[in-house]
Design a protein around this ligand. Structure first.
Ligand code: CO8
Length: 257
């Protein structure tokens, strides 16, 4: 399928989704959010896809935020609707996707852009990346889950500081705080993500799905993560992947998932 604002390509069972508005530093307008939601759903359903990598086109920016030009004249209701639609259609969808999603942060990840990266299961940054939540400087707060996910990832005090100062941090500092898992030269970013995807793909897709559900459960109010873990653990025993994984171990061969 052809998109206006995205490029998609599946190589070696990895679906690369590239946000493609480089002149606007890949800012997230409504159409891009709709298309991302669609592309993620398509990749989730596609049997040949095992891992997704989300990135931005160009050498400068992953995503420089929600499209400020689009919401500059919004009122309270429109602002509320924008945040709630976006969270439901895209940000929550990524977090709960049944396949692993890696953010390849290739430059600016600001506001809604950092929120997008944080909704992914983990993040790899290029050395030139700069990350921040500048919303308070615009008279806003992060509205795509940033107040919650940043605090989960780097702790409440650090999240408060980043949100209150509205400053960008360099990739090296993002690594120190645990906001990104790896920092690599820009030219190596997608290869690094592909290598990580390769390691992930050696493992059982159904177990990966259960692991995503269980980890997320611990961060969902009103849900007991330990209980979900027990349920998901039990379910694994009914899967073909469990049969294959244990048989392979006993037969001293590599599992073929
Ligand atoms: N929205 C719209 N357009 C943008 C955005 C954006 N977030 N960021 C950059 N652009 C556009 C610029 O307007 C410019 O377009 P044009 O050439 O048509 O004027 C083009 O991209 C290039 O940008 P610059 O010329 O500014 O490039 P610089 O290298 O000088 O600066 C910066 C790069 C520092 C990244 C700068 O562009 C910047 O500060 N951008 C805005 C960053 C920002 O504030 N992001 C947060 C936005 S608010 C947000 O994300 C809210 C999320 C929660 C929303 C919940 C519901 C709405």
């Amino acid at each position: 399928m052809a998109y206006h604002n995205l490029l998609t390509e599946t190589r070696d069972r990895i679906c690369f989704i590239t946000i493609n508005r480089p002149k606007q530093l890949n800012a997230l307008n409504k159409e891009t959010i709709e298309e991302l939601s669609l592309a993620l759903g398509t990749a989730e359903q596609a049997e040949e896809v095992r891992v997704l990598v989300l990135t931005g086109n160009g050498e400068k920016s992953f995503v420089a935020g929600a499209d400020i030009k689009e919401f500059a004249n919004f009122n309270i209701e429109e602002g509320t609707q924008l945040a709630s639609d976006g969270q439901r259609k895209l940000f929550d969808k990524i977090e709960h996707l049944t396949k692993p999603v890696i953010a390849a942060v290739n430059g600016f990840a600001l506001g809604g852009g950092l929120e997008l990266a944080m909704a992914c299961h983990f993040r790899v940054a290029s050395e030139n990346a700069r990350l921040g939540l500048p919303e308070t400087g615009l008279g806003l707060i992060p509205g795509y889950g940033g107040t919650q996910r940043l605090a989960q990832l780097i702790g409440k005090g650090r999240a408060h500081e980043m949100i209150m100062t509205a400053e960008m941090i360099p990739a090296a500092r993002a690594y120190e705080t645990g906001l990104v898992n790896h920092v690599v030269p820009q030219a190596e970013l997608l290869d690094k993500c592909a290598a990580l995807a390769g390691k992930i793909m050696k493992n059982s897709p159904s177990a990966l799905c259960s692991a995503i559900k269980s980890v997320n459960a611990g961060f969902t109010t009103g849900i007991n993560g330990y209980k979900v873990e027990v349920e998901e653990f039990g379910k694994c025993f009914g899967t073909a992947d469990f049969e294959e994984g244990t048989a392979a171990f006993l037969e001293k061969r590599k599992a073929n998932f």
